[in-house]
Design a protein around this ligand. Structure first.
Ligand code: RB5
Length: 145
């Protein structure tokens, strides 16, 4: 099954989001772009919540959110109970977040990581698969408090 992927950013992440979209196209992946559409100042929660709803209703399976640090996007996205968003600044965490935590939203900081590292992180996130097994029970416990 082909994964449906969303991308979104605020103004601080706009340029990196555009670059990542192009990189995904090179890999044959057309990501659904939830904005923003330019460098004008805007509010990252608006985009995090829109993408969170798309993940929750199954419109997309995975998403990449970009803001200045990735932090605001991850905090906002994680308010949705169906979202497991992670901020990563290197590929190992992104791969493990998929394999062990079944993370479905990757958050990047455009002011933190360079373009090359960001591409490597996205590749690691999108190519890794959740391993299930003992990890599935742990992931199930996340919302069971
Ligand atoms: C915008 O200046 C910045 O606060 C935002 O992109 C993000 O880094 C918040 O977490």
């Amino acid at each position: 099954m082909t994964l449906a992927i969303a991308v979104a950013s605020d103004h601080a992440g706009f340029e990196l989001k555009q670059t990542l979209k192009q990189e995904l196209e090179k890999r044959g992946i057309t990501a659904r772009d939830f904005g923003t559409t330019g460098m004008e100042s805007c509010d990252y929660p608006d985009f995090a919540h829109a993408v969170g709803r798309a993940v929750a209703d199954g419109a997309v399976q995975l998403a990449v959110l970009v803001c200045g640090t990735g932090v605001g996007m991850s905090i906002a996205a994680n308010r949705n109970a169906f979202v497991r968003a992670v901020v990563c600044s290197e590929p190992l965490s992104a791969r493990m977040a998929r394999q062990h935590n079944d993370a479905n939203v990757l958050c990047l900081g455009a002011r933190v990581v360079g373009v090359g590292t960001a591409i490597d992180i996205v590749d690691a996130f999108l190519t890794a698969r959740f391993e299930g097994g003992r990890h599935a029970a742990r992931v199930a416990k996340i919302n069971a408090n």
